[in-house]
Design a protein around this ligand. Structure first.
Ligand code: SAM
Length: 159
């Protein structure tokens, strides 16, 4: 990655704490170039200046750099494992303690398919097996625009 592009990615990291430097250079170039065209900047230094002057551009940059593809139960095997092994085991272990809370974090939740898939599994489990666990599912994403879209789906607050 050339130094000018590195400066753009470094600036984003400093402002948002998101490190995209491990992504393929060709992918980063292609996507940052889309923002150069959209903002009529000719060079990376010019674009960096634009980013500094227009902080809302950071949202657009994150938006082009992230891939938001998601589906309910997207990784079938992982969800089967969570349903058959992980959740029953957690519930079993919690029963032995005074801790009645279960907190789950979907770190890159996109439009919410993953946290909702987990909620569905928990619901199904609790239909079979009684439980007094209090469940909290947290859903976060680096991409503010996808969170805004997620919020339009229903009244759940994504952060
Ligand atoms: C390919 S989607 C997958 C969504 C969901 N986890 C799934 O498996 O269906 C990846 C999501 O992770 C988000 N993401 C990428 N890096 C992230 C980070 N460092 N912190 C939080 N979210 C991140 C992206 O914005 C994107 O919405």
């Amino acid at each position: 990655m050339n130094n000018d592009l590195k400066s753009v990615i470094g600036y984003l990291k400093g402002k948002r704490g998101s490190d995209f430097s491990g992504y393929r250079t060709s992918m980063i170039e292609r996507r940052v170039n889309q923002r150069l065209s959209a903002t009529s900047c000719k060079t990376y230094p010019e674009y960096l200046l634009h980013l500094k002057k227009q902080p809302e551009e950071l949202d657009y940059l994150v938006d082009v750099l992230t891939i938001n593809v998601s589906r309910f139960f997207r990784d079938t095997l992982a969800f089967e494992y969570i349903a058959d092994r992980i959740l029953p085991e957690i519930v079993y272990e919690k029963k032995k303690t005074d801790d009645h809370s279960l907190r789950i974090w979907s770190t890159g939740c996109s439009m919410g398919e993953e946290p909702y898939s987990i909620a569905i599994l928990i619901n199904e489990l609790f239909e079979k097996e009684e439980s007094d666990l209090s469940i909290n599912i947290f859903a976060t994403d680096i991409d503010r625009k996808i969170l805004k879209k997620a919020e339009t789906r229903d009244s759940v607050a994504f952060c």
